[in-house]
Design a protein around this ligand. Sequence first.
Ligand code: TRP
Length: 337
Amino acid sequence: MPDTNNTQKKIIFSGIQPTGCFTLGNYIGAVRNWGPLQDEYDCIYSIVDMHALTVKRDPVKFRQQTLEAYALILACGIDPQKSVAFIQSHNRYHAELNWILACSTQFGELSRMTQFKDKSAKHPDDVNAGLFTYPVLMAADILAYNTDLVPIGADQKQHLELARNIAQRFNQRYGEFFTVPEPYIPKVGAKVMSLQDPSKKMSKSDENPNACIFILDDKDTIIRKFKRAITDSGSEVRFAEGKDGINNLMTIYSCATGKSNAEIEAEFAGKGYGDFKLAVGEAVADHLAPVRENFARLINDKAYLKECYTSGAEKAMKISGKVVAKVYRKVGFVDAR
Ligand code: TRP
């Protein structure tokens, strides 16, 4: 269990929004690395339900989605014994630190966040204050554990940069205290493109349902989507400049099977795109089968899930509680006890 005081291992924190299933792109780009990371680092993973509340949600569905997201990260290889895996709203220290950090964050900085600008343009009927201060809560998530490394995609870079600025500003004002977090860029990782338009990233919000594979899709669905994948003119399975469709399928096949491009080219020499697409579909479905099975088992075992997230929250509170207590002293709050 991570202990910020006497650990040698670096601390990784990541927050995952409970907003539906991961895509094959999330999986290949990030999620499949989580399991192996747990040996090298002290990992803390949080289902960030408080962040998700910045968008209107149906409470019944929201609760269910949060549980599903928690089950899903365990299904993907996060071991609740090795890592701290918890639900954000179960640890009140995030909200407490959020306030302190908000007082070290400028209105102007938050106004410049591109995600805020995009989201408020998209939902002009609900530009709530939570949407605006979202990055402060994210900074609190990270700084509450004196996190060293944060695995993030390009879309969260600006938020992490802000978290670093907030940490540095706090340190300047009150004396060195917070670890200034760095982005974690995975050693292996490939970008997966849309199956319908390989010039675009695979995205769960794509209007075309065939563009995106979800990791809980069943075998038939996966195979059907790959059969319909857009390929380029030509017929040879060969990795080449400008052949975005085939290149994308080769990348995916390589991730699912561990084969190199040369091996794939040899395997499909003389065969057409149709055979190849079927093989990719089957390989991906087989590769994801254990995740699907784990998820089905976990989501039906509510008692086990509860045990895991309750003990996860206890561990999270133990670490962040110490940090927040020190922060309260630093800013000059009167000791409560
Ligand atoms: N904002 C992140 C996203 O939408 C989720 C998140 C919340 C997060 N808190 C975090 C990610 C802390 C990394 C660290 O993807």
